[in-house]
Design a protein around this ligand. Sequence first.
Ligand SMILES: *Cc1c(COP(=O)(O)O)cnc(C)c1O
Length: 394
Amino acid sequence: MRPIDLPYGRQTVDDADLAAVIEALRATNLTCGPRVTEFESHLAARVEAGYASACSSGTAALHLVYAGLGFGPGDEIITTPITFSATAAAAYYVGASVRFADVDPRTGNLTAASVEPLITPRTKAIVAVHLGGLPVDLDDLAALAKARGIHLIEDACHALGATYRGRPVGSGPGVATVFSFHPVKHITTAEGGAVVTHDAELKRRVDKLRQHGVERDPTRMHETPAGPWAYEVQELGFNYRLSDLQCALGITQLAKLDRFVARRRELAARYRIELAARFGDGPDAPVQAPVELDDRTSAYHLFAAAIDFERFGATRARVATGLAAAGIGTQVHYIPLIDHPLHATRCPGERDRARPGTATYYARTLSLPLFPAMTDADVGRVVHALHQVLGVPQ
Ligand SMILES: *Cc1c(COP(=O)(O)O)cnc(C)c1O
């Protein structure tokens, strides 16, 4: 079988990235050095947040936010079933539980209407995922969270570089926004993540938990410091630091973010044209490009097409296998979390609720290759292969 030469996503690393990492390797501090704070300040400035804290992964970032806001046993968060496992798993890390709200069948995103009925006295936060890079209805969800006295947290692991009503994702209204720098995301530090916030106290909590729960500020210590070496381990924290090598890469990658996102959006526009030419357009077309909305721009982490497989007498498995035979990688984002054994076991009360939007979204979604180094001809090749594998609609 032909190897996959067009995966669904892939990093773009150039000579400037390599040079920056080599230089960082020669520096005095391989971790906890100046590149960490430099990366954090560039990231905060880029997304118009007050503060950024770099950490070892997007999953660690979620854990730091949930722990930093004090969530624990008996608390609940509400999130979407159409997300990566970590959005929910990080709640289990702190002993909290998860309720899964239904999603808009066209975007796969949470809506205020689907979240509201699930709020209970135990609910601490709505965790919104900007699926594929398209921001959720942030104003509606923020208004709901405010009215009910709970937090809005943004899992923006798909949405670095996206905008909502003219402002970058990360600038709020969520109390904290989380990013991932895994190689398949918009920019990479190999592994890595970040929390951004406008809340100085939350920034302090996150930084402390990232570093073993250590306090070095004498005004916040329980005892008078015995000497310049003194610090106190005040609570159970973690080692979730991101190294200077990784932050060096993050700095040079972040400088390319606008180009990366612009190229992703160009490729998405190309897909839209090619798909319409092969399969027609309008709401009845059997293959739909991702939804775009006038008041927000998608960062296009994914190009998740909605395919009415039944109309082609096809199955998603057959289509994915057929594309793989042509060297084209695809992925399903996502199997609804509640269908996984972990989440079903952790959230027993969540299994049986009907989620018609989730069912519709999941039945049709298939992520086609999208990454900045793709050419327009690559897009043509994917759509041609998709057309061959699907055949004609019935
Ligand atoms: C990638 C991702 C994460 C986790 O990020 P890691 O850096 O892989 O730990 C969390 N949530 C979503 C929606 C993601 O896509």
